[in-house]
Design a protein around this ligand. Structure first.
Ligand code: SAH
Length: 261
């Protein structure tokens, strides 16, 4: 299918650099019996080398032309294709099916235009996931792994760090893709972990964090006016004159839990 015209609306930037592809496969370290799921296989730049190592690979792909191409190219018992939108796909049900006693491994060179909502969607399946290896826009990866106090630290850092331990593995330049994206890319590894303090109410934590980062230059006290009282800040030993980027994920969980107590 050399004739496939990359579709911008599906964030199609196909990997073409064999060295980069090999590096990604060694970061993933596929083992034959892994319950692996690729998001957005595209023209199989990663799919093919993964299939060389795996007994079976599952793939979730939205583009029907690509689905039909892959269906012709690979045996149906080797590559199991789920023709679906990853944003609404039930990865929990798939895990129940292919790893009833275990967890799935997720991989993919993700469509950058939907990376944030997709990461939030995947976070809801964290307990059923062993690990994730994703190619993303470098700027997004920097936000994911940012520590408190950094300019990149924000809502994405807090909410994803609550669910995952994350590590940036490698930088990937635009030339590694066809067509080249306008941004730099990077590979990130995400490993789900139970956070030391459990959030009582996850949507409430999300809402609090979104509100706290409403205006980054303002103090917490200002951003959370009418939501968190001075007395509550004091009782939790959180400095209300701090900026939102100075609070750890742990602090946000404490604050949200106190509010929903
Ligand atoms: N893995 C391939 C393709 C990456 S491009 C490679 O590295 O070359 C991104 C891929 O994700 C494309 O195949 C695109 O069709 C697919 N995609 C885009 N949006 C999607 C969605 N919402 N759900 C599932 N797949 C999607």
């Amino acid at each position: 299918m050399t004739s496939h015209t990359p579709r911008k609306r599906f964030g199609q930037n196909f990997l073409q650099d064999q060295g980069v592809i090999n590096d990604i496969i060694s970061c993933i370290g596929p083992m034959p019996a892994d319950a692996m799921v690729e998001i957005g296989p595209g023209l199989a730049a990663l799919t093919q080398p993964l299939l060389d190592k795996l007994q079976v690979l599952h793939a979730v792909e939205i583009d029907r032309d690509i689905v039909s191409h892959l269906g012709k190219r690979f045996a149906a018992d080797k590559l199991v294709i789920h023709s679906a939108d990853a944003l609404s796909y039930d990865f929990g049900a798939l895990a129940d099916q292919i790893a009833p006693e275990g967890q799935i491994r997720l991989v993919g060179n993700l469509p950058y235009n939907i990376s944030t909502p997709l990461l939030f969607h995947l976070a809801s399946f964290a307990p059923r996931i062993l690990d994730c290896h994703f190619m993303l826009q470098n700027e997004v990866v920097l936000r994911m792994v940012a520590e408190p106090g950094c300019a990149d630290y924000g809502r994405l850092s807090v909410m994803l760090q609550y669910h995952f331990h994350m590590e940036k593995l490698l930088d990937v330049p635009p030339e590694a893709f066809h067509p080249p994206p306008k941004v730099d890319s990077a590979i990130v590894r995400m490993i789900p972990r139970p956070f030391p303090v459990q959030a009582r109410d996850l949507p409430a934590l999300e809402a609090l964090v979104a509100r706290a980062f409403g205006q980054r230059r303002k103090t917490l006290r200002n951003n959370l006016k009418g939501v968190v009282s001075d007395a509550l800040f004091e009782s939790l030993a959180i400095d209300s004159t701090a900026r939102p980027e100075n609070l750890s994920t742990h602090d946000y969980v404490k604050l949200a839990n106190a509010l929903s107590a």
